[in-house]
Write a new protein. Structure first.
Length: 157
């Protein structure tokens, strides 16, 4: 599926506008000229400018480039299954990661993604396990990102 630049431009413009609206509620830091809204506001303004450029360019090309063009992969059951598993894995992580924990959640997600994308069964499990442990180590230990432990809280390190 291919989308015209005007579609993405409209989405970026809307996202930038929402962020600009949201940062207006950020509290000011006494004695400072810049506050916590500065950098998100700058990024949102950039999104708005980029979105507007894409919107105008896509609108000008609408006679040549359709707004939505369905390509061959959209009719392929294998590709559709991969897409559904990808979206499902994001929803799965959002719903269960706090209770289940990062390591089991990422292992399940990566295994499912590897299997649906054609990586062999046993190899999928091994790669998913190693990748989950490596990602956990990098984010939890090196970058100090607080990842949820869930069911593994008793053995957290």
């Amino acid at each position: 599926m291919k989308l015209n630049d005007a579609v993405f431009g409209l989405l970026l413009l809307a996202l930038g506008g929402i962020v600009l609206y949201a940062v207006q509620g950020f509290s000011k830091i006494p004695g400072q000229q810049v506050g916590p809204a500065l950098f998100p506001g700058l990024i949102a303004a950039g999104l708005c400018v980029g979105g507007l450029i894409l919107l105008v360019r896509g609108w000008r090309q609408r006679a040549v480039v359709p707004m939505i063009a369905m390509e061959a992969w959209v009719r392929s059951p294998r590709h559709l299954l991969s897409f559904v598993v990808l979206i499902g894995s994001i929803v799965f992580y959002m719903m269960v990661s706090q209770a289940l924990g990062f390591l089991p959640s990422s292992f399940i997600i990566l295994t499912a993604l590897f299997v649906v994308l054609g990586v062999g069964g046993a190899r999928s499990v091994v790669i998913a396990l190693l990748a989950s442990l490596l990602i956990h180590f990098v984010f939890y230990k090196l970058l100090r990102v607080p990842l949820p432990w869930g069911v593994l809280q008793a053995v957290s390190w």
